[in-house]
Design a protein around this ligand. Structure first.
Ligand code: NAG
Ligand code: NAG
Length: 345
């Protein structure tokens, strides 16, 4: 049984158009998740540890203001296209489109006002909450009017996030959720004692300066990116002198639900498994967190104090013909689901 309740979270500033932001609480025996109608943002996610106590393992803010101001996409739905598009440019059906270079020299996570910064229309379901909105043609430079639905459902220890979309014109699309996790509890200093594994034989190397994939698809075998068996993050990063992960791992080519990653925190037993229908997963170790934001309950979030496992298409796929197609055409439906399964091990 999942209980769904709603309450007011805050009001958007008048100069941005205003609007009431609601918060929805989904609660099962083992998981409690809070999601707001701004950006379909996961503002809290509590799971049980070995001692049976709940802890909030998702980074975020106590108040709406934190999410309205610039922040590193804590818990947010990202669109129209997650990750980086090289030089903010792409061609679709012979026409060039230009996006805001909000992460110079690239476009990042949908532009200046991406899906994380807009109000969505909520609809309460039996076991969850569905948000919808229409992204107008030309929004942030993208072609076509796009109807989008983001649905969160909770069954026991498993949170499912489904993304659906339909477009009036051919458009690139890649939707994800950018939750930052620390299985020791949000606000804990680092993730070095977490054990992480990713079920991927290949990864995408990136250009060191622009963080855009070079286009090569490289075997993880004998590299720091071989995470097919669990590694303890701190020790692993030290061994390979890595300053952190911010890389896409290529998943088995299949549209079916499949297992793709696991994170485990031995002291608490908290474990998160990720399953998805998406072609890739971005593993990010909070390399750009710098402790300057005031998080929930006065927490500070220094470098490496959280990780993200963002299921999505491969970055810059719209400009890379050999990557999985980034395009959604009129009459087609974009439909992907990611499942986060929380257990104690
Ligand atoms: C777990 O909860 C119990 C009961 O509230 C409390 O006594 C105990 O200290 C908690 N354990 C931890 C590790 O916080
Ligand atoms: C979306 O895809 C799933 C399979 O991953 C399927 O079960 C579901 O029916 C699809 N939804 C729609 C609305 O087509």
């Amino acid at each position: 049984m999942t209980e769904v309740t709603r309450e007011m979270f805050g009001h958007l500033p008048q100069q941005g158009g205003g609007g009431a932001v609601e918060k929805f609480l989904l609660k099962s025996d083992s998981v409690k998740v809070e999601i707001i109608s701004l950006g379909c943002i996961i503002t809290a996610l509590e799971t049980k540890g070995r001692d049976g106590n709940f802890s909030d393992i998702a980074l975020g803010f106590d108040r709406l203001e934190g999410y309205v101001n610039k922040h590193p996409y804590f818990g947010a739905t990202i669109g129209r296209v997650a990750n980086r598009i090289a030089n903010g440019k792409f061609m679709v059906e012979g026409k060039e489109y230009k996006l805001a270079l909000n992460n110079p020299p690239n476009s990042l996570h949908g532009g200046n006002k991406g899906f994380d910064k807009v109000l969505w229309t909520p609809e309460v379901l039996l076991n969850g909450i569905r948000f919808s909105r229409t992204s107008p043609a030309g929004e942030e430079g993208y072609p076509g009017e796009l109807k989008v639905w983001v649905t969160y459902t909770l069954h026991g220890g498993e949170l499912a996030i489904n993304y659906r979309a339909q477009s009036s014109n051919t458009t690139p699309i890649s939707l994800t959720n950018h939750a930052y996790f620390n299985l020791a509890g949000q606000g804990s200093h680092d993730i070095y004692n977490h054990e992480v594994s990713i079920e991927a034989d290949f990864y995408l190397p990136v250009d060191d300066n622009t963080l855009i994939p070079t286009g090569e698809v490289v075997a993880v075998q004998d590299t720091a990116f071989d995470l097919r068996k669990p590694v303890e993050l701190g020790r692993h990063m030290q061994k390979f002198q890595l300053s952190g992960f911010d890389h896409t791992f290529c998943l088995e080519r299949s549209e079916a639900r499949r297992y793709c990653a696991r994170a485990h925190h031995p002291p608490s037993g908290r474990t998160m498994e990720v399953y998805t229908t998406q072609p890739g997963i971005q593993f990010y170790t909070g390399n750009f967190l710098d402790g300057s934001l005031e998080g929930k309950g006065g927490s500070v979030y220094p470098k490496h104090s959280a990780f993200c496992l963002e299921t999505q298409n491969w970055p810059d796929a719209v400009n890379k013909p050999r990557f999985p197609s980034a395009l959604l055409r009129p009459g087609e439906e974009y439909n992907h689901t990611t499942w986060l399964k929380f257990t104690v091990a």
